[in-house]
Design a protein around this ligand. Structure first.
Ligand code: FAD
Length: 627
């Protein structure tokens, strides 16, 4: 039977990471009946895995820090392709969102004088990451969950039911958004354990589904990151921007093979760890690009002095933005100066006393001991690039998080949204992004519901269609194996749309993705709907494929190298291309379309935060002349 359970809400938040939880809290505070849906267990999301911390210019460790410095760093990190308004809101509001977490019960590490401690990270001029050892994400999620429980307790006191205003549906996957004309009318999905279908009828949906890393074999992302939110947005008439920009984190584990890709936090470098090649050379000094030369040390001595005297010395090049470090490691390995397992060496053992390492990097110490039998207080780690974060995402209105395109009532926040980080995200800017824009999306979703005279309703036809699509891999009987298809997709993306890209390979990738599309349409799984991971993957593949097509198409179109998009055949950054966002949409026939759209122009007072000579490295003469 295919009976479908019906749930009625005002706001449905898809995703229970930091962005989703913060959005749900805000929608509930605005008095809206709110559902939180998560594909995995409640509490397990990427947010919980975040190690380093949340970037916010609180100025606790260096009082020179303020929102303007943070804004500048973010724009530089993103190579000026960022949506400036998002970068501005983020820099201005992040401190407030962190302090607010304390009122919810968060316990951050402290400075000697009792303030929230802040640590150094790549691309951030001052120590800026509020953190809890290297387990910051855990504390963030714990705190947001605690806030939700406390709201449920308030609701219980008032209504006699904990679930009356905010309810969590865990292990529940959304496969389709439902529309009434151009308006959101709800979301359709299934419970992962029973396989039973469920429809959430709601006039507003907030997408907070996180990233896309599972389309790559070597990734720090866990199983649920298959670009569902990106694909749901596209299919409902929204648009994605700049999907060519993927962040390959420079330091993932490379050995043993079973754990390849698992993240080694940037805090290792922030706290003094250095990168060396097989010849023992600290090679990052050879890879400082011109645009950053002024801010980075030229000698090991100066770099080492920076840790204790940052005001009078320049930073070590290990703390360049991630795209730079990932490319440098890639080059060293390619030149034959890699480690035995095909990475490079990251050493903190000769840089900090053992007890400091254990105190500051407890998870890393544990991770290497357990997974690789390496004691990081005594020996170096072997590390290499791993697919980590997608800068591209749902094109949104910066202030409200409302999705662009034809659809109304759809909002997006967190990693699934695009624009904020430009072509490359700085470490630590995601956790603060989730809080700032999660709150905004929740608030605006609630306000949108308020404006509606009539509740949109999903049509029976759409519901029947969503059910049919979901059942197809089970009904088909014979066909392609989903695991095989995922492997083939990962091979195409990893080999042809990876860190270094070329025209011929990208065209080849698009051809192969078209072939895969035919095969994915013929995916078949055995068994029934009760806990059937093969079936779940079969449904995820559809999303991975569309999103991968957007990435490959945009990567072929953008003929320059910038941040998380490196073209061997166009190795330079182009001031003309800086003015262009690549916008991806789906047509009626389900074909991916790409369109060029101008990047919004920086407001004069924001432009004035930069020296003209710096802007000249990024912008055209015309733009600078017009100023
Ligand atoms: P996530 O936390 O990724 O949550 C997504 C949610 O959506 C999950 O609940 C998932 O189950 C749900 N979901 C997905 N698809 C569906 C569907 N179809 N139906 C229902 N639910 C669905 N950033 C920093 O700023 N600092 C750091 O120190 C840091 N460290 C990191 C370490 C690791 C190992 C990783 C992987 C990332 C790290 N990041 C860090 C990045 C940051 O953690 C993520 O970008 C961020 O947590 C994303 O949050 P989010 O709320 O957007 O989504």
């Amino acid at each position: 039977t295919t009976t479908t359970e019906r749930q009625l809400y005002d706001v449905v938040v898809i995703g229970a990471g930091g962005a989703g939880l913060r959005a749900a809290i805000e929608a509930r505070l605005a008095g809206k009946r709110t559902a939180i849906i998560s594909k995995s267990l409640f509490g397990k999301a990427h947010t919980v895995m975040a190690e380093g911390g949340a970037a916010a210019a609180m100025g606790n460790v260096n009082s020179r820090d303020n929102w303007m410095v943070h804004f500048r760093d973010t724009m530089r990190g993103g190579k000026f392709l960022n949506n400036f308004r998002m970068a501005e809101l983020h820099a201005k509001e992040a401190p407030e969102r962190i302090w607010e977490l304390e009122t919810y019960g968060a316990l951050f590490d402290r400075t000697k004088d009792g303030k929230i401690s802040q640590r150094n990270f790549g691309g951030h001029e001052y120590p800026r990451l509020a953190h809890v050892g290297d387990r910051t994400g855990l504390e963030l999620i714990r705190t947001l969950q605690q806030k939700i429980v406390s709201l449920q307790q308030e609701d219980f006191a008032e209504t006699g039911s904990y679930d009356s205003r905010i309810r969590v549906f865990q292990e529940t996957t959304i496969t389709e958004l439902l529309l009434d004309g151009d308006r959101i009318a709800g979301a359709f999905g299934y419970y992962r354990d029973s396989g039973d279908f469920v429809v959430f009828e709601a006039p507003a949906v907030v997408l907070a589904t996180g990233g896309v890393g599972r389309s790559y074999k070597v990734t720090s992302n866990s199983w649920e990151y298959t670009g569902d939110g990106h694909a749901l947005a596209l299919r409902s008439g929204a648009t994605l921007i700049n999907m060519e920009f993927l962040q390959f984190h420079p330091t993932g584990m490379v050995w043993p093979p079973s754990v390849k890709g698992i993240l080694v936090t940037e805090s290792v470098r922030g706290d003094g760890g250095v990168l060396r090649n097989s010849e023992g050379k600290r090679f990052m000094f050879d890879y400082v690009p011109d645009v950053f030369r002024k801010q980075y040390a030229e000698t090991e001595e100066e770099a080492d002095r920076w840790y204790t005297d940052p005001d009078n010395n320049r930073r070590p090049p290990e703390l360049l933005p991630r795209d730079e470090v990932a490319r440098a490691i890639n080059s060293e390995v390619k030149a034959g100066r890699g480690s035995p397992a095909g990475g490079v060496f990251l050493d903190v053992s000769t840089r900090l006393p053992a007890e400091q390492i254990i105190k500051r990097l407890p998870s890393m110490h544990h991770q290497f001991k357990e997974l690789a039998d390496v004691d990081i207080t005594k020996e170096p780690m072997e590390v290499g690039p791993t697919c980590h974060y997608v800068m591209g995402g749902v094109e949104v209105d910066p202030d409200s998080g409302a999705a662009f395109g034809s659809v109304q009532g759809l909002f997006a926040a967190g990693e699934v949204s695009g624009g904020m980080h430009g072509s490359n995200r700085l470490g630590g800017n995601s956790l603060s992004d989730l809080l700032v824009f999660g709150k905004r999306a929740g608030e605006h979703a609630a306000a949108y519901v308020e404006t509606l005279a009539k509740r949109p309703t999903p049509s029976r036809v759409d519901l029947a269609a969503a059910t049919e699509v979901a059942l197809a891999p089970l009904v088909r009987g014979e066909g392609e194996n989903p695991y095989r298809l995922q492997q083939d997709l990962q091979a195409v993306m990893g080999d042809l749309v990876g860190i270094i890209r070329r025209e011929g390979e990208l065209s080849d990738a698009l051809k192969r993705l078209h072939e895969l599309r035919v095969r994915v349409a013929n995916v078949a799984v055995g068994g029934d709907r009760r806990y059937n991971p093969g079936w779940h993957l079969a449904l995820d593949l559809r999303n991975m494929l569309i999103v991968s097509e957007c990435t490959a198409k945009a990567a072929l179109e953008r003929e320059e190298s910038r941040g998380g998009h490196t073209r061997e055949d166009f190795p330079k950054m182009s001031a003309e291309w800086r003015r262009i966002n690549l916008v991806c949409s789906l047509d009626e026939a389900g074909e991916v379309h790409l369109e060029r759209k101008p990047v919004p122009t920086l407001r004069p007072e924001l432009l004035d935060l930069f020296e003209r000579s710096e802007l000249a490295k990024y912008m055209t003469d015309e733009e600078l002349g017009a100023e």
